[in-house]
Design a protein around this ligand. Structure first.
Ligand SMILES: *[C@@H]1O[C@H](CO)[C@@H](O)[C@H](O)[C@H]1NC(C)=O
Length: 546
């Protein structure tokens, strides 16, 4: 069952087809999620006869974007399970998506999510209700999707490096240990392991953790299944905390097969409760940028509760306590229906909030020229450029941070890295910067920024970037201060406008200078540089890792 569902989900793709009112609707699958669609509004066509029990739906009326679109449409009563056209409207994220049972679908709770959608009927829904079943079951274009499953490459849409941390304790026992192996095998199959898809390894938690195999050992499903089958039960205390810490530290190295820029995930299986503490392990995993999922099977009984060291162990181990990273199964029996929802979570690349990326792990300091030659109007264009670069990053107290300094002969710290830790506040602070007007001493300004703005964060986990934005010749030397900044671990980009001399710009920029130096004759040209700067930061970030 699950294999055919996978094939459906991955390969029943879908071109635009005409609704009966002539508008174009995109035919989607039962498992297309809100976040798989374009932003804004989109008309889609749901197929008939989706397997209701496999739907993954969060919320009621407003659905978290990882919900199935067709599932949400049936849940909200817009269509029935005979398919039909649906209008999907992208909405902002919200708190507390409730669980509601409606129209044969049980939606689930989620405490927070980055984006949402709502579903309504399209004008053509009523008309189509009469004669749609044939045309939606097999799009009338007559084109059958190609079913060339590239087994070797695997599921390219699911890039993840995953460690299954299985429970090998006396808690679980030999019999349930085997059921656990079964379940892990099914998850592995459904993931679509392959050279370009997900890679998996297994660690067994017992008295002492044991890495059974690494990511690099096998990149074919068959081999992984065989290796899982061969796993021997070790027994002992579960010591899950110890095992989690060990896995976070030892498992994901490049030489053991971890890939750069791909989310690292540890799926912790727990039968009952951990015999040690998970808090410290959770912190270590967070530091290593690992997304920890806790799959707990069976809760401790009332008598057992007294033996649990910390009742809140799940929240302590996961890096974001938003409900996404924990997963419950009532028992090891009849777990097939839990496979697909778990796989969907593991493949939700954009929800791996704990992965370190160039978007959530950088400090970007802007050094903004406020000299008289710029003028108020162009100064606003410079601020807009600063906003547009800042906007691309995930700014938060545990994410990226932004600071700004304006300079003439003097320097004014507009705001430091820890002053504003939401994107909204940072953007508003940028808007409120008042133009100084004066001379240009870029060198002094770089030294000032290195010392007072980057100084306090230099030992933090983020990588540091300085973007120097200037329109002219500096009255002082820029080479020394820029070299000192780079020596302090700050990557410098120089962005020049109008009269800024190219030699100065290059002198300031980090190596290779060509790719860290930008120039535009007009202030209006700044806007076009935004994507290049962001790409540049991301490239440097990735190059600096591991
Ligand atoms: C995995 O690879 C390592 C190094 O290549 C090797 O030592 C180890 O025996 C392999 N493990 C398995 C289970 O094949």
């Amino acid at each position: 069952m699950w294999l055919s569902a996978l094939l459906l989900g991955a390969f029943l793709l879908s071109g635009p087809v005409r609704g009966s009112d002539g508008s174009a609707s995109t035919a989607i699958t039962c498992f297309t999620r809100g976040l798989d669609l374009r932003k804004g509004t989109e008309d889609v066509l749901c197929p008939a006869d989706c397997p209701l029990w496999q739907f993954y739906v969060f919320g009621d009326g407003v659905y978290a974007s990882l919900s199935s679109v067709c599932g949400a449409a049936i849940h909200s009563g817009v269509i029935t399970n005979t398919g039909g056209a649906v209008k999907v409207q992208t909405l902002p994220g919200q708190e507390n998506y409730p669980a509601v049972n409606a129209n044969g679908i049980q939606s689930q709770v989620l405490s927070r999510w980055a984006s949402s959608f709502s579903v309504t009927g399209t004008r053509s829904t009523a008309l189509e209700a009469v004669g749609r079943s044939v045309s939606t079951a097999r799009p009338s274009t007559g084109k059958r999707p190609k079913k060339t499953l590239d087994k070797k490459a695997g599921n390219k849409d699911c890039k993840a490096d995953i460690a299954f941390l299985i429970d090998g304790s006396y808690n679980i026992g030999q019999r349930r240990f085997n059921l656990q192996k079964n379940f892990v095998g099914k998850v592995a199959v459904m993931l679509g392991i392959g050279t370009e898809g997900p890679h998996v390894g297994v660690v067994q938690a017992s008295e002492h953790p044991k890495i059974e195999f690494y990511l690099k050992n096998f990149t074919a499903t068959k081999e992984v299944l065989f290796a899982i089958k061969e796993l021997g039960f070790r027994g002992g205390n579960s010591n899950t905390g110890k095992a989690l810490k060990y896995t976070a530290q030892k498992f994901f190295s490049l030489e053991n097969g971890a890939r750069k820029g791909i989310p690292k995930i540890i799926v912790v299986f727990l039968d009952g409760w951990p015999s040690d503490d998970l808090e410290e392990a959770g912190i270590v995993a967070r530091e290593f940028g690992v997304n920890v999922f806790i799959v707990s099977v069976a809760k401790p009984t009332t008598e057992e509760l007294g033996m649990v060291q910390d009742i809140g162990f799940v929240d302590k181990a996961v890096c974001r306590n938003n409900g996404f990273f924990s997963y419950q199964m009532p028992t090891w029996f009849g777990t097939t229906k839990y496979v697909k929802p778990l796989v969907q979570k593991l493949c939700s690349h954009e929800q791996m909030l704990c992965s370190k990326t160039c978007y959530n792990s950088v400090n970007i300091g802007f050094l903004i020229d406020g000299s008289s030659s710029i003028g108020e109007i162009n100064f606003r264009l410079m601020l807009e450029f600063v906003s547009n670069v800042a906007k691309a990053f995930e700014i938060s107290d545990i994410g990226s941070k932004v600071a700004a300094v304006q300079f003439t002969y003097n320097q004014r710290k507009e705001f430091g890295f820890t002053d504003y830790v939401t994107k909204e506040k940072v953007l508003s602070a940028i808007r409120n910067i008042q133009y100084m007007s004066g001379g240009t001493a870029t060198g002094d300004a770089i030294s000032f920024t290195t010392r007072t703005v980057f100084g306090p964060v230099k030992d933090g986990p983020n990588k540091n970037f300085l973007i120097v934005l200037t329109d002219g010749q500096s009255y002082d030397d820029v080479t020394g201060p820029a070299a000192a900044a780079q020596k302090a671990g700050i990557t410098v980009f120089s962005v020049g406008v109008a009269w800024a001399p190219l030699d100065d710009l290059k002198e300031m920029a980090s190596e290779p200078r060509e790719s860290h130096t930008f120039f535009t004759r007009e202030f209006t040209g700044l806007e076009q540089m935004v994507p290049d700067i962001i790409r540049g930061i991301c490239k440097d970030y990735l190059d600096s890792k591991q």
